[in-house]
Design a protein around this ligand. Structure first.
Ligand code: SF4
Length: 181
């Protein structure tokens, strides 16, 4: 089964690495996607699974405040972090998390290599090494990554998780290391 042309190797990438149109107002760095990062993954013959953008799915494209883009990023990120904890958003976040765990589980069940999950540091949702809280960038995880890791662990799924700042000089090397592991 599945002994066709596919590589049987996949990686999960934060939504906005492939689609900058989803990112919060004022924070897009490129018009469409972080092409070099995607090229590294595709050159390794690894399939890309795009994670959902939790902020878009739970709060909307404007994150529930059309003035959000006028605030300093970490201040707006802190507001977004709080908004993600409200009951309706939190319930949606659980649904997203469950869907991702199901996908990882399916790939693993069929013997595919799930090489890892790549989040975006400083994000209140997708940060891995750093996130935003108390109007600052602080060490710690975003609420989506934290929930996803907990749910994966509960399901017995061990998947490496890294965070990058996609325009940082070390971002491509960090993704390459994940692909080579
Ligand atoms: S970091 Fe996460 S929440 Fe923020 S725009 Fe990207 S995918 Fe959406």
């Amino acid at each position: 089964m599945f002994s066709d042309g596919r590589s049987r190797r996949v990686i999960f990438l934060a939504h906005c690495l492939l689609n900058q149109n989803a990112i919060s107002d004022g924070t897009a760095e490129v018009p469409a996607a972080h092409r070099e990062l995607l090229r590294v993954v595709l050159n390794a013959q690894v399939g890309i699974v795009q994670l959902p953008c939790p902020e878009l799915c739970c709060l909307g494209l404007d994150r529930g405040d059309p003035q959000g883009g006028e605030r300093p990023v970490v201040v707006e990120n802190t507001r977004i972090r709080r908004a993600m904890g409200q009951p309706e958003a939190a319930a949606r976040l659980r649904e997203l998390t469950d869907q991702m765990v199901r996908q990882v589980g399916e790939y693993r069940k069929h013997g595919f290599a799930v090489l890892g999950i790549v989040g975006v540091d400083r994000s209140p949702c997708c940060g891995v090494n750093t996130t935003s809280d108390q109007d600052r960038e602080v060490p710690g995880q975003g609420v989506f990554i934290a929930a996803l890791r907990t749910a994966l662990e509960a399901a017995g799924l061990d998947v490496p998780v890294i965070g990058v700042k996609p325009s940082a000089p070390n971002a491509l090397d960090r993704v390459r290391a994940l692909l080579d592991a």
